[in-house]
Design a binder for this molecule. Structure first.
Ligand code: IFM
Length: 433
């Protein structure tokens, strides 16, 4: 596998999933605090109150990142630490991220910072959350605060992580915070998330900060189960819903026409100038990749997801590495040229600690196979700049709580002990080769 000298190898996490310290140093309540404490929403009633206690153990965690030998660490800033009610600035929150960034820089690790990885201040949700257009403006103000405080120390900025998840899982079917279930309005939420991205991007450009800025999308290639035209059309629709609904406005300044016909609810939310902001030039696109989907048409011609053909991970997600290659080539061909990063890739498996060791051979194979497809894409001319493993640590896997382990480093949630799994040892030797 050949990678350029300056290819960025990294590992990623997100604030609510690892930090804990949910009520310390002035942090406000987030929609995930509220959601996880609502009975029946998260498996076993788990919450992020303590998580990996990274807020207190960040120095030890940075030492682990250094030991891993990666170039960059992707983490997210918790909006409710910086602005507990969504507007007023909390200096102690900023201080935490300054300490974290300093520690990374001292260790020679480049910080890649995501501004929104799903922890909206609950106070803003009380005003409608992402269904309220003003939330996009609050997001810009929050982003500008973070840019001003950390701007000269961060290597790359990611405005939003996976707006599809925030919009669809959070406002469409309610399996994520804030737990609202109304499919049409989830498209309005998606528009406001993208608008927040556009406004933050516009503000960022005015600051002339030299670091790069982009957005991260979770893209899932949709393959028709057969060559039947109805299945092909269904797969195209599913692609419109999952992928093009985000890629098109960002790169083409328009929502996909074949999708908007049935979505009359969106038009009133789109005001003049929004799409110009959303399609402002970005320096890179971050792609989170886990699996593909196999799609067929139901009797009404609507897309339905078919059973996977190959082995699945503990999330039930099919392991199909070749689709990463297809996806990278497709994004480059249809939306490029644009530098790409794989900002997340990894797998949950049931891990067992035996004699102090975690022999996670399946996770290691998953990583090796996907990195091989990334190498293939590079060879095919895709401007892929980096790869981040999801995740550095086992952590709070949203509605699954601590029941799904994505880490390459094992976390004992009772003692907060960390143990390098075999996959981490493999990744360590791979990035250092
Ligand atoms: O844990 C999540 C992460 O927060 C966003 N991308 C997908 C991961 C695995 O589900």
């Amino acid at each position: 596998m050949k990678f350029p000298e300056d290819f960025v190898w990294g590992a990623a996490t997100a604030s609510y999933q690892i930090e804990g310290a949910f009520d310390e140093d002035g942090r406000g309540e987030s929609i995930w605090d509220r959601f996880s404490k609502t009975p029946g929403k998260v498996l076993h009633g788990h919450t992020g109150d303590v998580a990996c206690d990274h807020y207190h153990l960040y120095k030890e965690d940075v030492a682990l990142i250094k030991e891993l030998g990666v170039d960059s660490y992707r983490f997210s800033v918790a909006w409710p630490r910086i602005m507990p009610e969504g507007d007023r600035v909390n200096q102690k929150g900023i201080d935490f991220y300054k300490r974290l960034v300093d520690e990374l820089l001292k260790s020679g690790i480049a910080p890649a910072v995501t501004l929104y990885h799903w922890d909206l201040p609950q106070a803003l949700e009380e005003q409608g959350g992402w269904l309220n257009r003003d939330t996009a403006k609050y997001f810009r103000d929050y982003a500008m605060t973070v840019f001003a405080k950390l701007g000269d120390t961060v290597t790359s900025w990611i405005t939003m992580n996976e707006p599809w998840c925030s919009a669809f899982l959070g406002y469409g079917i309610g399996v994520h915070a804030p737990g609202k279930a109304d499919i049409p309005s989830s498209f309005v939420a998606a528009h406001h998330l993208l608008l927040g991205h556009g406004l933050a991007l516009q503000g960022y450009r005015q600051l002339n900060i030299p670091a790069e800025i982009g957005i991260t999308l979770n893209l899932t290639p949709q393959y028709a189960v057969s060559t039947r035209p109805a299945d092909a059309l269904a797969a195209r629709k599913a692609d419109g819903f999952q992928n093009r609904w985000y890629l098109d406005p960002i790169f083409r300044g328009a929502y996909p026409e074949d999708m908007t016909e049935g979505l009359s609810c969106v038009a009133p939310a789109v005001k003049g100038g929004d799409l110009e902001l959303i399609s402002g030039p970005i320096d890179f696109l971050g792609i989170n990749f886990y699996t593909r989907a196999l799609v067929s048409a139901d009797e009404q011609g609507q897309p339905q997801t078919e059973q996977p053909e190959r082995e699945v991970t503990a999330m039930g997600w099919e392991v199909y590495p070749e689709s990463l290659f297809d996806l990278l080539v497709r994004v480059h061909t249809d939306y490029g040229p644009i530098p790409l990063y794989i900002t997340e890739n990894g797998a949950a498996y049931e891990d067992a600690v035996e004699d102090g060791r975690i022999r996670d051979t399946k996770r290691q194979a998953y990583l090796e196979q996907h990195i091989a497809q990334a190498a293939r894409a590079l060879e095919a001319g895709v401007p892929l700049r980096g790869y981040y493993v999801w995740s550095l640590l086992d952590n709070f896997e949203w509605a699954f709580g601590y029941e799904r382990r994505f880490g390459i480093i094992y976390v004992d949630f009772d003692t907060q002990e960390r143990i390098f799994k075999d996959s981490a040892r493999w990744y360590q030797s791979f990035v250092r080769r």
